[in-house]
Design a protein around this ligand. Sequence first.
Ligand SMILES: [Zn+2]
Length: 257
Amino acid sequence: MIETSKLVAWLDQTLEPEKFTDYCPNGLQIQGKDQISHIVTGVTASLALIEKARELNADAILVHHGYFWRNENPTLQGQRLKRIRALLESDINLIAYHLPLDAHPIFGNNAQLAKQLGLNPLRDAQGAPVTCGPGSLVWLGHPEVTEQSVRELAGRIQTQLARHPVVVGNFEAKAGLVAWCTGGAQSMQEAAIAAGAQTYVTGEISEPNAHIARETGTTFISAGHHATERYGVRALGEEIARQLDVKVTFVDLDNPA
Ligand SMILES: [Zn+2]
């Protein structure tokens, strides 16, 4: 059992949200019980995740995608109201970290995706990952398997993430220098190419990405927004369970997007 304020302080210290300009508040988004003995972790604070947390008698939900996004309608209506009502009724704390959980050098989505896909991040003299793109959110590295082809990398994605990736490029080409950013980072494709990447892996694809890949002779791989972002919050939850006196359950709810 841990006090809610102590858990949030530990998370803030670990993830350093003050270093990011984000699209949502990071940390405690909706206050619930003062004491936490069971945390449910998941990618998105959907109604299904809240119901699962209620079923498991959890005291807190820790997610990558919380609420109160910039530019969304802030009024409490429809699904937004239903979710928040369900949390308030059960006194469950909602804790969310967005960009800090993408970028963390160990528990972050990019770091954890690299492990899943067998990518060795390039590191600077201090050991920090070499990044590019807006907010330094795109990581760069090479496949552990030397001379890995695009086909082999796509196969690894399919096996590890249990999701069929969308690949635009030459399957027989070498993956080469790979850039990756989990989630909806398709707009960072050109920054990745400018940094020298031969292959760019992200969660989602938009129409222009295919043209840019073909015109530059590079490969674009969309591996799923949810599928690329389930590993950060899971790793963070495992660390919480190791470090603090609290039970943590990761709940993966399928999402084809
Ligand atoms: Zn995301």
